[in-house]
Design a protein around this ligand. Structure first.
Ligand code: G3H
Ligand code: 13P
Ligand code: ZN
Length: 337
C-alpha cells in the first residue's frame, strides 16, 4: 500500500524529462535510463552519473515495485538526489515508471512523486493504445507540476517478468504523427530491432565474422530516419538497448553460469542512434550481467565469504564502471549535467 497523501516530484528534488530531452535532441546525445531495484544499483548509478556529470533517469518497473516496495523506492530516489549533492555535483534526476501497464499504476506513480511515466499500450490495437495513452497524458499534464509521459508504438520482442511479447513488429512510421497528435505524449518509444533481455537475437538471425564471433543484424535506421522526418526534433526512446558485453558473459559462464547465445545491440549502433532524435536509451540487462559476473567471481574465488558486503561491494563497483563507460562512450551524456 502507498500513502494516501499525494507527493509532487518537486518536493523530492526531482525533475521531469521535458528540458533534458530538448537539450539531448539538440546536442546529439541520449539520457541514460537505468533500472534499479536495490540500494547497490542506485548507488552505482548515482556515483557513475555524478563522476561523469550526466543527467539520469531512474527507472522503476512493476517488478521493481513488487520486489522493493513502492514507498521505499520513491524515498530512495529522494535520497539519491541528496546523495548526488553530497558527492559534490547535483545532477538532474528523473524518477520514471518503466512499462506502466494500465492507467491505475501510472496514476499511483504520478500521485506518489514520479516525475515521468511510461504507459505501454504497444500490445493493444492502435485505437485502444491511443485512448489509454491519451487518458494518462491528460492526468499527468493536469498536475500542478507537469509530469511527462512516454508512449510506445510498435512491439519489441523478448520475455521478461512483466514485459513480454513473443513477436515484434516494427513501428509503422506512417502512424507516428497521428499517435503523437492524438495522445499528446512527450516522447515516443519505437521498435527498430531492439528487444528486452540478454538474448536479443537467435543465432540464425546473426552472421559470423572471421573469428567466428556472432554479429547481430543491424537496427532499422531507415525506420528511425522516417520517424524523424515525420516528427522533426521530437524525443524518441529506445528500449531493449543492452549490448550484452561478451566479457561479462564469459566471466559468468567461467564461474558456473549457463548463459547460452547471449547477444545484444552493438555499442556503435547505439552511439549512432544517440546522435539522432533518440534521446533516452533504456539499459537494464547489462547491469544485471555486470553484477552477476562480479558476485559469481567473488563467491567462486572466496568460498568462505558470507558477508554480503564482500560480494555486493565488488558488484556495485563493476556496475559503476559499466555505467560510466555507457555515459562517456555510448550515450554521450557525460558532461551534459
Ligand atoms: O524492460 C523492463 C526492465 O528490464 C525491467 O524488468 O520487469 O524484470 O523489472 P523487470
Ligand atoms: P535491456 O533488457 O536491453 O537492458 O532493456 C531494458 C529496458 O528496455 C527497460 O525498459
Ligand atoms: Zn523496456
Amino acid at each position: 500500500m502507498e500513502s494516501k497523501m499525494t507527493v509532487s516530484y518537486k518536493e523530492l528534488g526531482l525533475v521531469n524529462t521535458k528540458e533534458l530531452f530538448a537539450k539531448a535532441v539538440k546536442g546529439g546525445y541520449a539520457i541514460p535510463a537505468y533500472n534499479f531495484n536495490n540500494m547497490e544499483q542506485l548507488q552505482a548509478i548515482i556515483m557513475a552519473c555524478v563522476e561523469t556529470k550526466s543527467p539520469v533517469i531512474l527507472q522503476v518497473s512493476k517488478g521493481a515495485r513488487d520486489y522493493a516496495n513502492a514507498t521505499l523506492l520513491r524515498n530512495m530516489a529522494r535520497g539519491a538526489v541528496e546523495y548526488a549533492k553530497e558527492l559534490g555535483y547535483p545532477i538532474p534526476v528523473v524518477l520514471h515508471l518503466d512499462h506502466g501497464g494500465d492507467f491505475e499504476i501510472c496514476k499511483q506513480c504520478i500521485d506518489n512523486g514520479f516525475s515521468s511515466v511510461m504507459i505501454d499500450g504497444s500490445h493493444l490495437p492502435y485505437d485502444e493504445n491511443v485512448a489509454l495513452t491519451r487518458k494518462v497524458v491528460e492526468y499527468a499534464h493536469s498536475q500542478k507540476d507537469y509530469v511527462t509521459v512516454e508512449g510506445e508504438l510498435g512491439v519489441l520482442a523478448g520475455i521478461e517478468d512483466e514485459v513480454s511479447a513473443e513477436h515484434s513488429s516494427y513501428t509503422p512510421p506512417e502512424e507516428v504523427i497521428d499517435f503523437v497528435g492524438k495522445t499528446g505524449v512527450d516522447s515516443l518509444a519505437i521498435s527498430i530491432g531492439t528487444s528486452h533481455g540478454a538474448n536479443k537475437f537467435k543465432p540464425e538471425q546473426c552472421t559470423r565474422n572471421e573469428e567466428g564471433i556472432l554479429l547481430p543484424p543491424p537496427l532499422r535506421f531507415d525506420i528511425l530516419e522516417e520517424v524523424e522526418k515525420k516528427l522533426p526534433g521530437f524525443p524518441i526512446v529506445l528500449h531493449g538497448s543492452s549490448s550484452v558485453p561478451q566479457d561479462l558473459v564469459k566471466i559468468i559462464n567461467t564461474y558456473g553460469g549457463k548463459l547460452k547465445d547471449a547477444i545484444g545491440i552493438p555499442e556503435e549502433q547505439l552511439r549512432k542512434a544517440a546522435a539522432s532524435a533518440v534521446c533516452k536509451i533504456n539499459i537494464d540487462s547489462d547491469g544485471r550481467l555486470a553484477m552477476t559476473a562480479a558476485v559469481r567471481k567473488v563467491l567462486a574465488e572466496k568460498p568462505a565469504e558470507f558477508d554480503p558486503r564482500k560480494y555486493l561491494g565488488p558488484a556495485r563497483d563493476a556496475l559503476k564502471e559499466l555505467y560510466k563507460h555507457k555515459n562517456i562512450n555510448v550515450l554521450g551524456s557525460a558532461g551534459k549535467a
